[in-house]
Design a protein around this ligand. Structure first.
Ligand SMILES: Cc1cc2nc3c(=O)[nH]c(=O)nc-3n(C[C@H](O)[C@H](O)[C@H](O)COP(=O)(O)O)c2cc1C
Length: 310
């Protein structure tokens, strides 16, 4: 097959990616589940389901529900644990030919550091993505990622145990996303993922009950795209040299272009993969078509290219 005229390769925090399109944590399993639907080596990267030091069960059912243009989930970070990941999931990912970005979290600082250190030692893990949207039990259940001082300290401690690119996935459940972005970078991060899900709830009026067992969950899907774009743009405007992976409601090739224009270097396809397991492949094709239509030969021309923004 001849080389396509459009160049899609990007470099993100030291990672060479064949395309800016990654898949988002928790929406693409550990890659293997989606292999029948698309060629994983065409993806710029795969972010795995969040890994914790020990295996975890999930929250009680029901833990997902559909909402207007989106969904709410409260899966509870169910996962195979770091050892289970190394034994059962990593070999497939390693052979898949894509960049393996392992999403991780903990319930305490020590958990985060232990998980980061264990992943650092694994051949085939190309980068770490730290999920800071977990309740900090010592701080009364507030997410780790909402207090800049706590976040900076957490990033610094994880930075000390890994040489791999360290990406911090910011929570939108805050008043000042730029302060969290700065704190992460000052703690030693290499890049940022923007954004995780937005705290939300849904009610079944006839039953007079919450629609998910934990009452609150995380909203994702097209409903959150405008908020995600705003946050990517704000972070890029304040910290123009920081690589950003844009996430939130991406469903088309043109959505990808919008995130790149706002300042993202890569993007992640999330909820859309549930509706359509080959979504990332279709979106890739649409991005190429968009570039053709707009006479853009290199996707990097789009990054931060928004005009007229304030
Ligand atoms: C069912 C589900 C599970 C998720 N699990 C994780 C996770 O383990 N770690 C994490 O950082 N984000 C997790 N996310 C958040 C997504 O990676 C993504 O940031 C969010 O869904 C917004 O993107 P989207 O609107 O394209 O889905 C999860 C999202 C969903 C819907």
């Amino acid at each position: 097959m001849s080389e396509p005229a459009e160049r899609l390769a990007v470099r993100f925090a030291g990672l060479d990616c064949v395309s800016p399109i990654w898949t988002a944590s928790g929406t693409f399993g550990y890659g293997q589940e989606f292999a029948p639907y698309l060629d994983l080596s065409d993806l710029g990267g795969i972010c795995t389901k969040g890994i914790s030091p020990k295996p975890r069960g999930g929250n009680p059912l029901p833990r997902i529900c559909e909402t207007a243009s989106g969904m709410i989930n409260s899966i509870g970070l169910e996962n195979v644990g770091v050892e289970g990941f190394r034994e059962k999931k990593l070999p497939f990912l390693k052979a898949s030919g894509t960049r393996v970005v392992v999403n991780f979290f903990g319930e305490t600082f020590d958990d985060y550091v232990a998980c980061g250190a264990a992943l650092d030692a694994m051949d085939g893990v190309h980068a770490l993505e730290m999920n800071v949207s977990c309740p900090n039990i010592k701080k009364g259940g507030v997410e780790y990622g909402t207090d800049p001082a706590v976040l900076q300290d957490l990033v610094r401690q994880c930075r000390a145990v890994t040489k791999k690119p360290l990406i911090i996935k910011l929570t939108p459940n805050c008043t000042d996303i730029v302060a969290l972005a700065r704190a992460s970078m000052e703690g030693g991060a290499d890049g940022l993922s923007v954004i995780n899900t937005i705290s939300a709830m849904a009610i079944d009026a006839r039953r007079r009950r919450p629609r998910i067992a934990t009452t609150f969950g995380g909203l994702s899907g097209p409903a959150i795209k405008p908020i995600a774009l705003r946050m990517v743009y704000q972070v890029h405007r304040a910290l123009p040299d920081v690589p950003i992976s844009g996430i939130g409601g991406i469903a088309t090739g043109e959505d990808v272009a919008e995130f790149l224009l706002a300042g993202a270097t890569t993007v992640q396809v999330g909820t859309q993969s549930f509706a359509e397991p080959h979504a990332a492949r279709r979106i890739h094709g649409e991005l190429v078509q968009f570039m053709r239509d707009e006479k853009i030969s290199d996707v990097r021309e789009l990054i931060g290219g928004l005009q007229g923004g304030r």
